[in-house]
Write a protein that binds this ligand. Structure first.
Ligand SMILES: [Zn+2]
Length: 212
């Protein structure tokens, strides 16, 4: 079952690799099919080798409904996020180097670029370190998301959330581009920030535009 959605999950995961957001089997991709059915990438499997049968179908309690592989080791955290945020249908977890590097030097990536505002909606906060593969990662993600669509996990990586796989991938890629620019600017001088008013204006203009 869910062949189309499983393939979309694999395509999204492979896009993480081609966009340098993870290497080998790092990170994970998941989506909500309904309140009782979720799809998640398996643990420790290279995305290049992944086929539809490798995707694990689970219920809201984390019980496997379909699939022979072990689900991502971050499953507990992912389910916590989905259960707390019913508005979300997709989550991508990456180890993208530039955004992760931002998390190693500051507590917040400011929404100082239009691409960050357009995709993440707001400043991207840095959640404190917690061990991976534990519900704590999900608890901190929900706490630090606020109105944003992304959180940087200190000493670990990034979580991007949204309504669709396309949306979360886009957020992760633009966040990486923005982080690269932010780090380059920070190394060379003082970063020019945007006021709350300017951020709101950018969001409104984009809302009027409707689409990319
Ligand atoms: Zn991770």
């Amino acid at each position: 079952m869910y062949e189309l959605e499983k393939q979309q999950l694999i395509d999204c995961a492979r896009n993480m690799v081609t966009n340098n957001l993870v290497v080998l089997s790092g990170g994970n991709v998941s989506c909500r099919i309904s309140d009782e059915v979720f799809l998640v990438t398996p643990s420790a499997m290279r995305y290049e080798n992944m086929v539809q049968e490798d995707i694990v179908v689970i219920n809201a309690k984390g019980e496997i409904l379909e699939g022979n592989r072990r689900p991502s080791s971050d499953l507990k955290a992912l389910l916590y996020i989905y259960n707390q945020r019913r508005d979300l249908n997709a989550i991508i977890h990456t180890h993208q180097p530039y955004a992760t590097a931002v998390g190693l030097i500051t507590d917040c990536l400011p929404a100082c670029l239009t691409s960050i505002i357009d995709t993440a909606n707001d400043n991207v906060r840095v959640a404190p370190f917690t061990v991976s593969s534990d519900e704590g990662m999900g608890i901190l993600t929900v706490e630090y998301l606020g109105d944003s669509k992304a959180v940087i996990l200190c000493n670990h990586g990034v979580v991007c959330v949204g309504g669709s796989l396309e949306e979360v991938l886009e957020t992760a890629v633009y966040l990486e581009e923005g982080s690269k620019a932010y780090l380059a600017a920070s190394a060379a001088g003082t970063v020019k920030l945007l006021s709350k008013e300017q951020i709101m204006q950018e969001m409104e203009d984009r809302g009027n535009y409707g689409q990319f």
